[in-house]
Design a protein around this ligand. Structure first.
Ligand code: PLP
Length: 494
């Protein structure tokens, strides 16, 4: 399997090259040349075995042993659920796919517990003698998940940039309390898009890259622009499909809808890739919070990021530039790198681009998008808890509400899986407020306990005792300070 650039600016490369580099030098994202067919009916049911099977279809320059070792280390006791990604049924036709049983209580763990192992093997295969420096821009969850995945992994350093005022106190505490000799966490005075742009610019800065290469460092990415992040995410949609058939919600071969709370468009892209591989998926529900840039795009064909950035109760989806949309458009356009390049140039120059009628009608059959207001997010948390005593987080609630709206408006009642992307305790202030409980609690840590008392839902190990941890990383920079911060993080003794 070879990988192409969405912008046609790279010769085809092996998967280990794509994973090692993170993104195409000079801009563009690596995409596989084809999508191998895989019928869910032929799969074993255990999560690690499904993972090995799917990885082996895409990472064809890895040996079976390398993939087996990566999966064995990636998915084991580091998850607090034996099935890794358990399903909870709301009713016979609606299920929540719980992707938050890993070490940081958000779905990013499913990919980031695996990626360090894939990346180390990739560096070996590429004959690189450099230390890998993972640069991460995070809207809250990727940062901690990447830190947990990479901390103390030999041959790697990890530097995380997060919007200083754009993450929840719990998310921030999770990140800045990280130990490990190879970690750095830096607050940025700006929003997530500022962080992401800063990191992308640094990746594309040839002079800076050369400066660090001379000191023995090579950059890579743990954001979902890295192919090694996306391929593990295909796995859980197959796993969920098998759980739906095992429950009798659908017969083997019958379609499901997948509702995905969307930010950078990585998770829903993996769902789309599963569909291309033959997983019977009818519609993908692209659920956005009040930052409705994607909803507007799917409604009008115009992607326009010239708008207010809204800080919502689902901060991991507060994004105006959805990087992985580029891969989706590449695929839907039949691999038209020239058109993709034009769109991306428009986005870079004017913050805006428009796709043609042909693209719009192709997309209409695949995606139904909607944007959920803050008020409706809270209502959905309350509704689901009242009906089933099942507690969902704000991100999951966005998808849950979007599915309900889609069903009501379209009359399509195909059985559906909702991606539950974070533990409700990760955003406990908002969840607590949504339940409109009469009591009072002063900080997020007390709220955690109160929520547990009201709901009886167990607090994930990953989030217990956070209030007693020390902040080890305190540096804050403005958006122009990225390079200097990297230099000093990598300097010996820093
Ligand atoms: C990252 C994240 C999302 C958005 O996923 P994308 O792949 O960026 O679209 C949704 N929910 C949670 C909890 C997240 O951490």
């Amino acid at each position: 399997m070879l990988y192409h650039s969405t912008r046609g600016n790279s010769a085809p490369v092996a998967s280990s090259f794509a994973i090692h580099k993170g993104m195409v030098p000079g801009g563009g994202l690596f995409v596989p040349e084809s999508f191998p067919r895989l019928e869910p009916g032929v799969l074993p049911t255990a999560y690690p075995q499904i993972a090995e099977r799917i990885l082996s279809l895409y990472l064809t320059d890895y040996t079976d042993d390398e993939l087996h070792d990566a999966v064995a280390q990636g998915y084991s006791a580091n998850f607090d659920a034996a099935s890794i990604a358990p399903i909870t049924f709301y009713d016979d036709t609606t299920a929540y796919l719980e992707l938050w049983h890993g070490p940081t209580a958000a779905f990013k763990d499913l990919a980031l517990q695996l990626l360090p192992h894939l990346l180390r093997a990739a560096a070996r295969k590429q004959g690189s003698d450099k230390e890998i420096v993972i640069l991460v821009a995070t809207s809250g969850d990727t940062g901690k998940a990447a830190l947990e995945g990479f901390k103390d992994v030999p041959g790697t350093r990890i530097i995380v940039f997060y919007p200083k005022s754009g993450v929840s106190p719990i998310q921030e505490k999770q990140m800045v309390s990280t130990d490990g000799a190879n970690t750095a966490v830096i607050g940025v005075q700006g929003n997530f898009d500022d962080c992401q742009n800063m990191v992308k610019e640094i990746f594309n800065d040839a002079a800076f890259t050369a400066e660090l290469a001379a000191e023995g460092f090579a950059f890579s990415s743990a954001n979902s622009i890295n192919w090694g992040r996306l391929v593990p995410q295909i796995v859980y949609y197959y796993h969920a499909y098998l759980a739906m058939t095992a429950n009798g919600s659908i017969g083997m071969g019958e379609p499901v809808c997948l509702a995905v709370p969307t930010g950078n468009f990585g998770n829903i892209l993996a769902a789309y890739y599963a569909k291309l591989m033959g997983l019977p998926v009818s519609k993908l529900i692209c659920a956005s919070n009040a930052n409705r840039v994607l909803t507007d795009f799917f409604e009008t064909g115009i992607y326009d990021m010239n708008r207010e950035f809204i800080c919502t109760s689902s901060p991991s989806m507060d994004i105006l530039i959805s990087s992985n949309l580029e891969r989706f458009l590449y695929s839907v356009s039949g691999g038209d790198a020239e058109r993709v390049t034009n769109w991306q140039n428009g986005l870079a120059k004017e913050g805006c681009f428009s796709i043609g009628k042909d693209m719009r009608s192709a997309i209409r059959g695949i995606i139904a998008a909607s944007s959920i207001s803050e008020e409706d997010v809270a209502k959905e948390i309350r509704r689901v808890f009242t009906a089933r005593e099942y507690l969902i987080d704000t991100h999951t609630a966005v998808a849950s509400a979007a599915l309900a709206r889609y069903r009501e408006e379209s009359g399509d009642v195909t059985p559906a899986v909702i991606a539950a992307t974070a533990s409700p305790y990760k955003v406990c202030q908002a969840v607590y407020d949504a339940l409109a409980h009469e009591g009072r609690a002063d900080d997020e840590y007390m709220i955690m306990d109160v929520l547990r008392d009201i709901t009886g839902v167990v607090i994930p190990q990953a989030l217990r005792g956070l209030d007693n941890l020390q902040a080890r990383h305190t540096r804050v920079i403005d958006v122009s300070g990225g390079r200097e911060a990297i230099r000093s993080a990598l300097r010996p003794g820093a």
